[in-house]
Design a protein around this ligand. Structure first.
Ligand code: FAD
Length: 416
């Protein structure tokens, strides 16, 4: 076999593509992982690092008018909408609205829960093989509630999580202070998912999976996915080393996948929710052990190698429009009431883009009308944690092995 011939080309070396390439290479598949930059330098670099088997609760559009208006008009920092995008987003919002009824929420959670159940264990296993287990902290994650009323209002979500076997501990302020002494008082309640974990350097973990793919017989190459073309026997892509070919291709281009798929006649219902982060040092000798979110505001503080990373909620905007980090500015005073943040450790915020389906579940499927083409994406808020098990599922589908979960509920067919 020549150097330019592979069994599978994986396009995109974010968490999803890197884990897919590693899982394929570990199965003896000759795989090329193609990206235009280094692995894990886009969305998979800048997230909050959560890995949680509970990552199957869909993000929904509020159905009560008061909350909906507050969110839509930016009165809380959960959401920022670029008004210029509304005409383009109307169709997607309609689907999102439909997916937000209590019955559809249960259906969506049931669709994703089986995959999410493997998110932590698959990361542990892959990181072990990649020599990067030290980048994952098994401390659990916290959801904070400043108001008892908000905690009470989330009771049905907790019931649904429990029904799917998620372990949770409900903490009062004293128990929270014992678990996380650096937090400032003021939260009414917190929910601890003790079995969840987080990565302290999501980009480095992603790079370690790409390196594992290479060490297991695969190849990581620089190239432009935009050059993807059909050949007589499959697919070709131009790389810095010239064209490479394979009978199968996996599109794992995160927020860039939709345009490429459209070029091959496949329409995927994906909207972009941008998000921002900024790292801070903590004052004095304070240390935060695990990520915590504040439900009423919609941000996360996550302890990372670089400092405490403050990440924001959803910004509906053109993926490539200039950054508008209003949510970061709005969240910072709240975050300072929660933890003793000192100074930002970098001058400008990072911005990334979450590719989201209307029901919050990823799309992992063969692409209709394109023999040998697969898509793994639209993971929305959860693509980092779901990345390792998605990679496993992709490898199993591509090699026609028994899949870890039934892939049908995660297919494109659910939107038809
Ligand atoms: C603020 C924020 C916080 C988040 N927090 C979490 C969290 O705590 N837990 C969680 O699970 N998820 C979280 N997410 C979501 C998560 O980061 C994403 O779902 C995940 O990183 C998507 O991975 P990916 O591999 O699909 O995409 P990406 O990481 O974006 O990878 C796509 C790759 O495609 C490459 N590419 C694009 N175009 C081309 C081209 N033409 N040619 C070659 N290569 C190309 C890019 O360079 C990139 O490397 C968060 C996201 C944001 C924005």
């Amino acid at each position: 076999m020549s150097d330019s011939r592979y069994d599978v080309i994986v396009l995109g070396a974010g968490m999803v593509g890197s884990a897919s390439a590693a899982q394929l290479a570990l199965r003896g598949v000759r795989v090329a992982l193609v990206d235009r930059r280094g692995p894990g330098e886009e969305t998979s670099y800048g997230n909050s690092g959560f890995m949680d088997a509970a990552a199957f609760m869909p993000h929904v559009m509020p159905r009560d008018l008061k909350t909906l208006i507050a969110r839509a008009t930016g009165r809380t920092p959960h959401v920022n909408v670029h008004v210029s995008m509304l005409p383009q987003l109307l169709g997607w919002f309609r689907r999102y609205w439909r997916e937000s009824t209590p019955e559809r929420v249960i259906a969506a959670a049931t669709r994703l829960a089986p995959l999410a159940a493997h998110s932590v264990t698959e990361h542990h296993a892959l990181a072990e093989k990649a020599g990067s287990r030290h980048l994952i902290r098994d401390t659990g994650v916290l959801r904070g509630y400043r108001l008892q009323a908000t905690f009470d209002a989330a009771a049905s979500d907790r019931d649904l999580l429990r029904r799917h076997g998620i372990e949770m501990r409900e903490l009062d302020p004293a128990q929270l202070a014992e678990l996380e002494p650096c937090l400032l008082p003021g939260l009414a309640r917190a929910l601890w998912h003790p079995k969840a974990c987080h990565a302290v350097d999501p980009g480095a973990l992603t790079k370690s999976y790409a390196a594992l793919a290479q060490a297991s017989g695969g190849r990581v190459v620089t190239g432009d996915a935009g050059t993807l073309a059909r050949t007589a026997n499959g697919w070709s892509v131009t790389t810095e080393h010239g064209p490479i070919r394979a009978p199968q291709v996996v599109v794992a281009l995160g927020p860039w996948a939709k345009e490429l798929l459209a070029r091959f006649g496949v329409s995927v219902p994906i909207a972009i929710k941008r998000g921002y982060h900024l790292h801070y040092s903590l004052s004095g000798n304070s240390a935060l052990s695990r990520p915590i979110s504040e439900s009423e505001v919609g941000y996360v503080l996550s302890p990372m190698a670089k400092g405490v990373r403050l990440t924001t909620g959803a910004e509906f905007a053109d993926r490539d429009a200039a950054p508008t980090p209003l949510q970061l500015a709005a969240c910072e005073p709240h975050a300072r009431r929660l933890a003793p943040l000192d100074r930002p450790v970098e001058p400008t915020p990072w911005m990334g883009a979450r590719p989201c389906s209307p029901d919050s579940a990823p799309i992992i499927d063969a692409m209709p009308g394109n023999p040998g083409m697969w898509f793994a994406g639209a993971h929305g808020h959860w693509g980092f944690g779901l990345g390792a098990v998605t990679g496993r599922l992709v490898a199993e589908l591509v090699t026609a092995a028994t899949p870890v979960v039934d892939p049908v509920p995660l297919g494109l067919g659910r939107f038809r």
